[in-house]
Ligand binder design. Sequence first.
Ligand code: GLU
Length: 253
Amino acid sequence: MYKSLVIKVGTNVLTRPDGRLDITNISHLVDQIAALKAAGINLVLVSSGAVGAGRELLQVREGTEEVARRQVQSAIGQVRLMEIYRQLFDNHSLLCAQVLATKGDFRDDLHADNMLNCFRALLLDKVVPVVNENDVVAVTELMFTDNDELAGLVARMLKVDALVILSSVDGLFDGPPEGKASQLIEHVTAGDESVLSFVQEKKTSFGRGGMATKLSIATQTATAGIPVLLGNGRTRDILAELIDGRWPGTTVS
Ligand code: GLU
């Protein structure tokens, strides 16, 4: 059984098709995370959704440039997102903490050490760290490709037993995921380039990453010795399977 995990949830798992936060699914994810904690698994949550949460709250004024719009929406939305997590974790008598990072924090040894020390202290105190990109200051070269990259870096920093990436698809398929004839690929050997031909270029609606970046991050992380589990964050009780060491999606190792 896994003793430590990084779990990344994408925007499309946290929002409805119209872009509004899907509180029902967020609540179900928190219930599952609480069950993993109760089973003795140390975990860090990497959560997108700040920009989506902000988009719902404020109509940014016309003419605002795209970078500033994203900064404003994430600044407002991150507060709302964390308040939702705070309340939901509180139902399980768990505290959560906000950790915001930029790519620069992983390049700078002192910043990386400070972050690692903070994660360790939070985990010792049984707090659930909720990590997101600091979208307020992460612009251009400080920006991660997407939160999959951030999650991969956190997983490697903490040397966890596995990285779980939840999106709105079940995993990697040998054809279009919606196609009836397509089969889920249960296992991919890290570095096996033959699977790249199966990757769909089409990205699901709101998140920044797609299956191509997921697979590239998964390969890097798995090559560093951390298996990556790709799965659907809307599948009921998907995280509960981990308690028994099972995974219904694609495992890259
Ligand atoms: N950090 C962004 C947010 O919280 C999401 C980035 C991504 O889609 O990977 O909204």
